[in-house]
Design a protein around this ligand. Structure first.
Ligand code: PBG
Length: 328
């Protein structure tokens, strides 16, 4: 039968399949989100995220060693403070949990790259991502607080800050504060396109950061919208963002592609969030899917959509799977 094009020719064996891959994935593009809590000697597994732990700063060091040995180049720190108040004070104090952990971590493992999540929800008694005015999160009152949090992280050693609050104008507020204090070379990775998503459920359990009333829909984006994400990304870029992030990842690959295509001048990061990890774990524990294969496939899918950086709870495992040649 005459058939000039036979796509199967390039799928004949592993060597040729590897040669013609369109998407290459590298350990260098992985970032690991990790929870750090107050105390010492603590390493407690998070029930909603099997295999993920809350570490006290001393125990975090052991995890960082493992990550570093596996070839994961960067971590993103989330703080879980002992004390919460209305204003999220413990987010910016010098001996805050993230600040303490950063100082120790930087000294022990200076070769890792430290990113911090800048937000207030883990630190406020009401669980919202900003300062309240009645039942409303007051955008403009929140901005100086976010700038102060970001500055305190950088002063404690953060290499990059990642604001996740979704207030308008926060990138500019943070950029100005960092520049004013001589940190003009510290990059900002903006959670530019962050949706109000139920995929964050396991994280909120882990961080105790669920809002005590209402939801986050007045500041995080409506998942029906894509072009609004382009607008958010464009504004953040104008305000000085260095990297644009889309979050969640798996169910939002059209958005990842949209942002990567429209803003090729900056890297696009995608955050595969807690609910994505939890779904794979849970189905695998039931024996319904193969965890390794599904996690590998998911990661490659996100890069194929256009992500340059993948933030994932599977970072350490992925680094291993890349080293084994399962994906890459
Ligand atoms: C803080 C923040 C959240 C996540 C990252 N930063 C929670 C939220 O917005 O409610 C979610 C991460 C995940 O689910 O893995 N605002």
């Amino acid at each position: 039968m005459e058939m000039l094009q036979r796509p199967r020719r390039l799928r004949g064996n592993g060597v040729i399949r590897n040669m013609v891959r369109e998407t290459r994935i590298s350990k260098n593009s992985l970032m690991y989100p990790v929870f750090v809590r107050e105390g010492s000697g603590i390493e407690e597994e998070i029930p909603t995220l099997p295999g993920q732990f809350r570490y006290s700063p001393d125990k975090l060091l052991y995890k960082l060693e493992t990550l570093s040995k596996a070839g994961v180049p960067s971590v993103m720190l989330f703080g879980i403070p002992d004390h919460k108040d209305e204003w999220g004070t413990s987010a910016w104090v010098e001996d805050g949990v993230v600040q303490k952990a950063l100082r120790q971590a930087k000294e022990a493992f200076p070769n890792l790259y430290y990113v911090t999540d800048v937000c207030m929800c883990e630190y406020t008694s009401h669980g919202h991502c900003g300062i309240l005015c009645g039942h409303d999160v007051d955008n403009d009152k929140t901005l100086p607080r976010l700038a102060q949090i970001a500055l305190s992280h950088v002063q404690a050693g953060a290499d990059m800050v990642a604001p996740s609050d979704m207030m308008d104008g926060r990138i500019l507020a943070i950029r100005r504060e960092l520049d004013k204090n001589g940190y003009e070379n510290t990059p900002i990775m903006s959670y530019a396109v962050k949706y109000a998503s139920s995929f964050y459920g396991p994280f909120r359990e882990a961080a105790g950061s669920a809002p005590s009333f209402g939801d986050r829909k007045s500041y995080q984006m409506d998942f029906h919208n894509r072009m609004e994400g382009v607008k958010e990304a464009e504004l953040d870029l104008q305000e000085g963002a260095d990297i644009l992030m889309v979050k969640p990842a798996m169910a939002y690959l059209d958005v990842v592609k949209e942002i990567a295509d429209r803003f090729p001048m900056v890297p696009t990061a995608a955050y595969s969030v807690s609910g994505e990890y939890a779904m794979i774990k849970a189905a695998a524990q039931k024996g319904w899917i193969d965890e390794t294969q599904v996690a590998c496939e998911t990661a490659v899918n996100i890069f194929r959509a256009g992500a340059d950086i993948l933030i994932t709870y599977y970072a350490q495992e992925l680094a291993g799977w890349i080293a084994e040649g399962r994906i890459g």
